[in-house]
Design a protein. Structure first.
Length: 201
């Protein structure tokens, strides 16, 4: 991820909001101009000026509690951080004093856009790695919309560290049902065909 993008994203970190500058918000407003062109810049600036000097007490205690994540307990001291996505959900629902108008309606929209920017492509790289491990030279005919897709679905649903899928032992009834379904879908509906399956041991 670009260093410039990370530096300008500092303003969504609520506990460090006092360190934020208007240019940080403006940076993302310009990036997403096609999406947020209808947001008045003056209104956005006013919301930022209202957000930056907020004290922790101005933010609901329920918000801080809901966003709190305990990382560790070291020598009796609790080490924790706050999830900014949860805090911004609360900001999005805050009302202006004595009004039903949302207090940070424009600022919240841009913050939410920043929060969904992928911070890493590790998940995609992991998926490609699984594909390379399964579609090898000796198994080059695996179909992407067939067997390979099913293998990927199983490996993603049951990652390493869990019980390997090859240890799963289906019941006799399930094996019979699967075989009958296969015969029906492949067009082999010979009623005289006897289905006999044996589980590997």
């Amino acid at each position: 991820m670009k260093e410039e993008l990370i530096e300008n994203a500092v303003w969504i970190n609520v506990p460090q909001r006092i360190e934020a500058e208007w240019k940080n918000v403006e940076y993302f407003y310009d990036i997403f101009e096609a999406v947020f062109h209808e947001i008045p810049v003056d209104a956005l600036y006013e919301e930022f000026c209202d957000y930056r000097p907020l004290s922790d007490g101005d933010i609901s205690g329920d918000a801080w509690q809901a966003a709190k994540v305990i990382d560790a307990i070291e020598g009796g001291t609790v080490v924790f951080h706050h999830r900014v996505d949860i805090l911004w959900w609360y900001f999005g629902n805050m009302k202006q004093p004595g009004s039903s108008v949302k207090r940070f309606q424009h600022l919240t929209r841009i913050a939410e856009a920043i929060l969904v920017i992928p911070h890493s492509n590790a998940e995609e790289e992991r998926l490609f790695s699984i594909v390379r491990k399964n579609k090898t030279e000796s198994r080059s005919c695996l179909s992407l919309d067939g067997t390979l897709s099913n293998i990927l679905a199983m490996k993603l649903a049951y990652p390493e560290g869990m019980t390997p899928c090859y240890t799963f032992l289906p019941s006799d009834d399930r094996l019979q049902s699967s075989k009958k379904l296969h015969l029906l879908t492949t067009g082999n509906t010979n009623k005289g065909t006897k289905v006999t399956l044996r589980k590997n041991t």
